[in-house]
Write a new protein. Structure first.
Length: 162
């Protein structure tokens, strides 16, 4: 399967909203609880520094990432990102392609560091990927993430210089 990562276009919004909402509804990785509508999704994705989508040869959007500053002013050189892959496309290494493209785009946009604030400790696939790609775990925040079933899991901040 040929996967291309490219900047999103307005025609991608319905698929992006559906994939984003799938991860939000899972309740085990994203802190958001509110689902996006097409209108709020348009505003949300337009508000990012960059959004990339993973597209197969048939034009199907299988995943996406958002990239934006992690903070402002003296910390504005640090970026943050989130990644979402469609449930039916998981296991195809699309997440890795998204992260690699995001790292390159972060550097291209002038960021010096990528920081993930809240990787859920039980999200082992993501954690192993980040560590394989050279991210460093900064520690553990006990009970930093409320799961969908209302119990708490630790979160692990990560960073990588770009």
């Amino acid at each position: 399967m040929q996967i291309t990562i490219r900047g999103y276009e307005s025609r991608d919004l319905p698929a992006m909203v559906a994939i984003w909402n799938e991860v939000v509804e899972d309740g085990i990785a994203f802190p958001q609880e509110e689902l996006l509508t097409e209108e709020s999704g348009r505003e949300f994705f337009a508000g990012q520094s960059w959004c990339g989508v993973a597209e197969d040869e048939a034009g199907t959007i299988l995943g996406l990432y958002i990239l934006h500053p992690n903070n402002v002013g003296r910390c504005g050189h640090i970026c943050n990102a989130s990644y979402a892959v469609s449930g039916e496309a998981r296991g195809l290494h699309i997440g890795e392609k998204l992260v690699l493209d995001c790292l390159a785009m972060g550097k291209k946009l002038g960021f010096g560091v990528m920081q993930f604030n809240a990787v859920v400790a039980t999200n082992l696939h993501a954690r192993h990927l980040y560590e394989r790609l050279g991210f460093t775990q900064l520690g553990t925040i006990p009970k930093g993430f409320r799961m969908k079933d209302r119990h708490y899991e630790d979160i692990c901040p990560y960073y990588k210089e770009l």
